[in-house]
Design a protein around this ligand. Structure first.
Ligand code: SF4
Length: 371
């Protein structure tokens, strides 16, 4: 174990390579964890998953009085999540663990954060003490590592143009560095779920009842599943913001980066193909299909970080002036995808038969933009 990382650290951050080495020292299989002696580990693993489904305090549940249980329960929780085969749960669990870790990471000393980044993520990072007028930047991170994670964040503050960059490094404060570490953890959990090992993973029979309990909890959240979207895009279920952007595109107007990102992510998430999205952009004067295809495929998770991006929340769209003519339903949602899901669920009253392009509903319903 690194001198800098204690057993408590491994319990706080069970994703660390050092935690994996610690677990390997026990020489246990998942089946061994079903023995009565490890019932506390199983309970804690199930609790981790349950909390990710239901939401709730993250770091507050950490029990540093029983570090072994904290460390051992993490891979078991991951096994339950992967065995569920539910992409929504993988995302939810990854987000929950990332949030839990971020809360703890923010409170750590800079050398420990750098050690975690180097030893478990292989990041090129050094400690700095750069004092600018308005901030103190403690970390110097290689640009490649920064760019692997930062594009996940939509806030303009993460753009390189808003960061202090020098000679291939970006300089960060503790808060941002902790956020990046946590987001990288989230990406790792999600990416691993797509690997053959996770896909073909079989849970020991003795753990099946726990998995059944988790699947039962998921039933109650079914309305949130991305997979619940119907086949084919239901045009009439699109929220006013997306309709307005689509209208601008059809009129050949040039759009802001955020507007392009919003419509691309929205359409991909409701089941539009990459070609279908490219078609939307084809009227724009400076349309370059090769460049656009690369960007859309990246956002679809087909290249680069392999993460499919979600559309921004309503509050983000609002701050970019893209929330236009919100209707009554808008007042009850905080995300354009929730708007769409509700309109789709509302049934045939809002979804018309498919048109020639395979879509349901027409292009009508588009409103002019009023800001
Ligand atoms: S409230 Fe949300 S869904 Fe409705 S128009 Fe505004 S951004 Fe779109």
């Amino acid at each position: 174990m690194s001198k800098m990382l204690t057993k408590e650290d491994l319990a706080k951050y069970p994703f660390l390579d050092q935690s994996a080495a610690f677990i390997a020292g026990y020489n246990l299989t998942l089946s061994d964890l079903t023995a009565p002696a490890y019932s506390g580990v199983v309970d804690r693993a199930v609790e981790r998953v349950r909390r990710s489904i239901e939401g709730g305090a993250g770091a507050a549940t950490l029990n540093l009085g029983d570090t072994e249980t904290e460390i051992l329960s993490y891979p078991l929780a991951l096994a339950l999540v992967y065995a569920s085969g539910a992409r929504w749960l993988v995302n939810r669990f990854a987000t929950s663990e990332a949030k839990r870790c971020e809360e703890l990471l923010k409170m750590e000393a800079a050398p420990k954060l750098a050690e975690i980044a180097k030893s478990s993520f292989g990041w090129k990072v050094d400690l700095e003490d750069l004092r600018l007028e308005w901030e103190r930047l403690t970390f110097r991170l290689g640009l490649a590592d920064y760019l692997e994670v930062a594009p996940q964040f939509h806030s303009p503050s993460w753009k390189l143009t808003n960061k202090y960059v020098d000679k291939g490094y970006v300089f960060l404060d503790t808060k941002d560095f902790s956020r990046l570490l946590a987001e990288n953890l989230k990406l790792r959990i999600i990416r691993k779920s797509g690997e053959e090992e996770a896909k073909n993973f079989e849970l020991p029979a003795a753990l099946q009842p726990h998995l059944s309990g988790i699947l039962g909890l998921l039933e109650g959240k079914k309305e949130l599943y991305e997979d619940e979207f119907p086949e084919g895009v239901v045009d009439e279920a699109r929220p006013p913001c997306i309709v307005a952007i689509a209208n601008d595109l059809r009129a050949g107007k040039s759009l802001s980066h955020m507007a392009r990102f919003a419509i691309t992510t929205f359409m991909l998430n409701v089941g539009e193909s990459v070609d279908g999205v490219l078609k939307l952009f084809s009227n724009v004067a400076d349309f370059d299909e090769g460049k656009a295809r690369y960007q859309v495929e990246h956002i679809a998770g087909m290249t680069g970080s392999r993460t499919k991006y979600a559309p921004p929340k309503c509050e983000v769209l609002r701050s970019f002036g893209l929330c236009v003519e919100p209707d009554k339903l808008c007042a009850t949602v905080s995300h354009p995808l929730n708007y769409y899901k509700r309109r789709v669920r509302a049934g045939p009253a809002t979804s018309a038969p498919r048109g020639e392009d395979g879509r349901r509903g027409g292009r009508k319903g588009a409103q002019g933009r009023h800001r």
